[in-house]
Structure formats: structure tokens, C-alpha cells
Design a protein around this ligand. Structure first.
Ligand SMILES: Cc1ncc(COP(=O)(O)O)c(C=O)c1O
Length: 380
């Protein structure tokens, strides 16, 4: 079946966060991480059927869904997950915040790396804990962990490390050696890892593959909370459906008790969509990845030619983390908005002088956005 990722879909008046921001301005929104593609046909079908049934009641988690997740993780990563380890959640960000509240003593720090997806930076403070950050370092034009700096932070009263793999915004897909080293460090200082793996299906670099941190060893499984979701992959982020995997019983019970009374069950549409995603949409996903790889190549080539811009190889995600320090722009986001393209501001991720550009859109829209960006920079 041929899927049409080239189709331009009008998202106005659909309560879209991405598009409403620039309503009636002509600015192309290339900021928040949702894609301008329709969700796969099988998901559309199951949602239609659910609506046509007409009753949208409270939910239970169906066995078929847990079985689908377990089978998928075994096939993709040879990771043997047990049903009791899976906890469904209305969002990965919700999972990050619950992990921050559940683990570590109140005076403990929660460590993460920068630049990072902004909710990582706000989650510790949301539950009254202290955030500590360690900058990523570029090695051979690839952002990676600075293990020395990380160890210096982890050894000082740290309860939790928030890890993002694949990495939003830099796109890094961490290798086995890197994850092993991280697990060893965290184990040495008794630090729990919360591993956000929401972007794990978007591996664009053919030479890399995703490794769930918890799947690496018994030690890793015993100290890791993994967060995953069908939401990014199948473009259903508005349905609020994700899950945590926690093999260790003690950690699982702590996490579960922090959910009580605060976190609602996953909604009906999210559950049906997730089941269809994990059982009927493999071909769509392969086609999507092929499309995104082409978009990635275009972004990589064109942005690196733009005046004052630099871009590392994008290993994963549909997000480009562009170094615009060479442009001398004080406020690059306003500058690009004036040029008709809406991007995310690096300072929200903890790194000024960078922008994040979302290339999960039809190629014609992407090319128009890049044309505007390049022309504006030429006029500087
Ligand atoms: C790393 C990461 N985690 C979590 C989320 C959002 O997850 P959710 O919508 O399930 O809260 C995003 C969305 O961009 C993300 O990039």
C-alpha cells in the first residue's frame, strides 16, 4: 500500500497547538513535535468504529494491548518484558513527573543533561526537588554524554537521572557502550534512571539501532524506569496514551503509589489507537521512516549551507538541532518568524544560540520553510 506523506492537510480549526500559534499569519509552524501526517489507516478505522459505537466510558487495559507491547519489545529488542511490569499512563511527561516525585529523598538532586526537552528541566521543581544539569559534549560532530562531568554530579546526593534516548533535541541514538557506562555509573552511586524512549521508533541513521537501557543487564533492569508511547511514532500525541516499564517490584510499587488519586486512566480512544498501532501499522511505519530519512537528508544538506548555521548528523527523531551562533542573531526565533517560519527556541532547552526545527511534514512544506530560512539569512 502506498501512503501519501506528501499530502498537505489543512489543520486550521482543529485545536492544533502547533498551527494555532501562527493562525492567520502565514508562518509555517515547524516547532512543537507533532507531525503534519495523517495517522495510519488502521488507527483511523479503529477510532471511527469506537466513535460509531457511541459510548465512551471508563476503561480497563485489555490483555491484547499488553500482549502486543510485550511481543513488539521482544521482536524489536529481544527484551523480555512481563505483563506486570507495564503501567499505562496518560503521557510520558506525566511519567517523568511521577518518577521525580517518587524517587530520591526530598533533599536529593535530580540530574539531567542539556540541551534537553524542556519538561525534563521543570519536572524536579514541580515536586519541590532540585535540578542539576550536565551539558552534553560534541565528539566527532555527535552530541554525547560527558561521563566525567556526569560522575561529579551523580556522586553528590542524587536520587534520579533523567535520560533521553534517542535524544531530543540532538538526535543522538546512544550505543550499547554508552548506555552500559551510564548504567554502571548510576549503579555505583545508587541513582535510579528514568529513561524516556518515546523517540525509539525514529532511527534515521541506518548504522544505528535503539537499545532500551533496561534491556541491557540485570543491573540496568533493576534500576530503570522506561517510558515509551505510540504517540510520537503514529502521530497520535493528542490521544494521551503511553506506558512505563518497571521490572523491579520495589521501584514499581513506589511509582504506582505516586500515581494514586492524581493520574487518570488512559482514555478509550488512546487504548484502541495503541492496539491498532502495535498490531497493524508496521508497513506504515517503515514507509514513514523512509520518508523522514529523505526529509532529514534535505535538512542536513540545506541547513549546513546556510549562512552561520551548523548541524550535526541527525541520527534520530524528526527534529533538527541547529547551531545558529554563527549568524550573530540575538533573537533567532523572532528573526525566523519574520521570515515566515516558526521554530523552537534553544534557550527553552537550556542552550542559547540554537533552534529546533521539526521536519515531520510534507516535503513541499519543508522545502518552502527552508527556502524562507535561507533567503532571510542571505539578507543579513
Ligand atoms: C523526549 C520527549 N518526551 C516526552 C514527550 C511528550 O510525551 P507525552 O505527550 O506523552 O507527554 C516528548 C514530546 O515531544 C518528547 O520529545
Amino acid at each position: 500500500m502506498k501512503y501519501n506523506f506528501d499530502e498537505i492537510i489543512d489543520r486550521s480549526n482543529t485545536y492544533s497547538l502547533k498551527w494555532e500559534k501562527y493562525k492567520s499569519t502565514g508562518i509555517i509552524p515547524m516547532w512543537v513535535a507533532d507531525m503534519d501526517f495523517k495517522t495510519p489507516p488502521a488507527i483511523q478505522e479503529t477510532l471511527k468504529k469506537t466513535i460509531e459505537h457511541g459510548i465512551l466510558g471508563y476503561t480497563i487495559i485489555p490483555d491484547e494491548l499488553n500482549n502486543a507491547v510485550i511481543a513488539r519489545l521482544k521482536v524489536l529488542y529481544d527484551w523480555k518484558v512481563e505483563k506486570g511490569w507495564v503501567i499505562w499512563l496518560p503521557g510520558v511527561v506525566c511519567g517523568l513527573n511521577v518518577a521525580c516525585a517518587a524517587f530520591g529523598a526530598p533533599q536529593d538532586k535530580i540530574v539531567t543533561t542539556t540541551p534537553i526537552y524542556p519538561p525534563f528541566l521543570s519536572a524536579p521543581g514541580n515536586c519541590g526537588k532540585i535540578l542539576a544539569t550536565v551539558p552534553m559534549i560534541d565528539v566527532n560532530q555527535r552530541a554525547t554524554l560527558d561521563f566525567n562531568a556526569l560522575e561529579n554530579e551523580l556522586k553528590e546526593n542524587t536520587g534520579l537521572f533523567m535520560f533521553c534516548n534517542p535524544y531530543n533535541p540532538c538526535g543522538t541514538v546512544f550505543a550499547k557502550e554508552e548506555i552500559n557506562k551510564l548504567v554502571e555509573l548510576c549503579a555505583a552511586y545508587d541513582v535510579i534512571i528514568c529513561s524516556d524512549e518515546i523517540h525509539s521508533d525514529f532511527i534515521l541513521d541506518e548504522g544505528r539501532h535503539h537499545i532500551p537501557a533496561a534491556s541491557l543487564s540485570k543491573t540496568a533492569a533493576g534500576q530503570t524506569i522506561t517510558l515509551m508511547a505510540p504517540s510520537k511514532t503514529y502521530n497520535i500525541p493528542g490521544l494521551g496514551c503511553s506506558f512505563a516499564i518497571i521490572p523491579d517490584k520495589g521501584l514499581r510499587n513506589k511509582f504506582k503509589s505516586s500515581l494514586k488519586g492524581l493520574i487518570p486512566d488512559v482514555n478509550l480512544l488512546g487504548l484502541f489507537a495503541a492496539k491498532a498501532a502495535y498490531t497493524e501499522c508496521d508497513k506504515w511505519l517503515s514507509a514513514l521512516i523512509a520518508y523522514l530519512r529523505k526529509n532529514r537528508d534535505i535538512v542536513q544538506y540545506r541547513v549546513n549551507k546556510m549562512k552561520g548555521c551548523k548541524l550535526n548528523l541527525i541520527e534520530s527523531t524528526y527534529l533538527a538541532w541547529v547551531d545558529v551562533r554563527g549568524t550573530g542573531l540575538k533573537d533567532p526565533v523572532s528573526f525566523f518568524e519574520k521570515a515566515g517560519i516558526g521554530v523552537s527556541d534553544g534557550s527553552f532547552f537550556g542552550q542559547k544560540g540554537f533552534i529546533r526545527l521539526n521536519f515531520g511534514c510534507p516535503v513541499s512544506l519543508l522545502k518552502e520553510g527552508l527556502k524562507r530560512m535561507g533567503a532571510a539569512l542571505e539578507s543579513l
